[in-house]
Design a protein around this ligand. Sequence first.
Ligand SMILES: [Zn+2]
Ligand SMILES: [Zn+2]
Length: 268
Amino acid sequence: MDALIRDIGHLWLGNMTVDVRRYVIFAVAVWLVLWVALRGVMAGRKIRSDTPPNRQLASEFLYSIRSIVVFSTVGIGITLMSRAGLYPLADLARSWGPVWFWVSLGLMIVGQDAYIYWVHRAMHRPRLFRHTHRRHHRSNNPSPFTAYSFDLGEAFLMVLFVLLWPMIVPTPWPVTGLFMLHQIFRNTLLHAGYELMPARADGRPMFDWLTTSVHHDLHHGQAGWNYAPWFTWWDRWMGTEHPQYHARFAAVAGKPAVASEAPLGQSA
Ligand SMILES: [Zn+2]
Ligand SMILES: [Zn+2]
């Protein structure tokens, strides 16, 4: 019994260390580079004219650490379930070679995008919003530290995907590590407050199928639009992309507004 408790303690500390390090490195790096070192150079790419106060950043940091406690605790469950043989597909996928390794990474990212789109839309229903998603939207003007600033319910829903996906789709465990790197990298940039996506000559994003910082910033500024985290297709298929997204992106990228869309200030 003592050995089991020690084992769980080690697992938990190990999970916490990896997750905290990943969050702190990405959030601090993006903050240091964009908000401090390159503040002057990047001024033209700043999405909002105002900057959130330091106390907002501090509380986002603390709530993010609390979310990581939830992730790490559920992570113990995943490890114990794996040891108990509840992830036969993950073990099987290890023998499927390098092509499947990268395909399964792509599938997991696309799958998570769909999962978050629909879970996010559900969390915006008034009854769920109060218990699961209000904390994240306290950051009306987000910062790199907003990435994991979640209510406990939202933190659980986010890690639930990582628990369930490898049961359904054969995914080698190392893929999950790369998947986590992708999500924290994109998540931090979505909340960075600066737009890094290059613009095409017509003012549209270079890779218009990827979400941009402006895309997610519009969600924080005016909930009801732009629910998807990584790709723009779900919002387009479901008619939930902000009608002024391309105009707003073009304005931040210093390009003329996209001709076919409503000018800024005329809400749909
Ligand atoms: Zn939201
Ligand atoms: Zn957000």
